[in-house]
Design a protein around this ligand. Sequence first.
Ligand code: IPM
Ligand code: MN
Length: 368
Amino acid sequence: MTTYKIALLDGDGIGPEIMLEAVKILKLVAERNDVEFELTHAPFGASAWFECGSSFPDSTKAVCDAADAILKGPIGLSHEESKKIPVDQQPERGALLPLRRRYNTYANFRPVYLPRGLAHFSPLKPEIIGEGIDLMIIRELVGGLYFGLKETGVNAEGKRYVKEVLEYDEDQIRNILKVAFDTAMKRKKVLHNIHKSNVLKSSVLWNEVLEEVRVDYPEVEVIHILVDAAATYLCLKPTMFDVMVMENMFGDILSDQGGGILGSLGLMPSACLGDNKAYYEPSHGSAPDIAGKNIANPYSMIGSVAMMLEMSFGMTQEARNLWDAMQGVFAAGFSTPDLSKADSGVKMISTSEFGDRVAQALQAAPKP
Ligand code: IPM
Ligand code: MN
């Protein structure tokens, strides 16, 4: 029997309640498969700052260092609450970006997956959704503007100025492009390369490196799209995409738009992979306004568990079972108040009941 150590970073807002559902599922997966999970909770985010005076405490770093994979809840507070924390300790700058940097999790996978059964969540017309949307956004996660040099000050003319550097070296670009080509090979062998080479030199280098990398993937068709046009096509014709690759900032924006076409970021799990460590997280925020009410949908969190099972532990079939179990709960007409309106005809259930129903459905699936 294999034992995997998983660090659980509950995070802020709705984090702890959706983490409970993820743990429910992990325990069931361990019962059904020849694996054991050693689960260790550790404080992370704004709650960690209030508890321990650091949003990414050393004790949490030690738990993550020792883990085979990390499952992370959303972090962050309301704008007002955030002001109680010093700027550099605020959870985005003090915890999340340092986590990404520490484990060099450069490859961020954000699936935009809308099978027909979920089509009613989407604001798009049925003729645009067609047979369903299934695309994978691959976002570079540890370079570009996010991690470049930042400078603020007063210039020679006495005016306040700011300078933020967008920097990539060819290795960083090559690494993420290889991940994208490998993913395309496993899927439909079509890769949409998203860039802005008509303006940005960083995109020119990106595309140069792409020409070198693609030599090793002769079967993959590459389609170039400027990032602004890609934003339009995501709304008008999302089914034209299968795998999309892009730099960090473009990926931040377009992946939220991916959530938009699904109808909610609550339907977007994600995986962040480095060469030696991976963490998994919902793409949505901590939703402080609905925290503690047992109404947040745990789909993104449980979906992140499914991605962990597949990408960190090679449990492909059980991951598939888990996706199907979640779709099954929606298909049976259930939903939660954060995703659906009371008068929308769905059978409204709570966070924990959603988790229970996913667990029941998974229990009913044949063991891998
Ligand atoms: C995301 C988030 C983060 C990002 C924030 C919280 C720093 O929006 O994971 O997309 O911008 O990368
Ligand atoms: Mn974002």
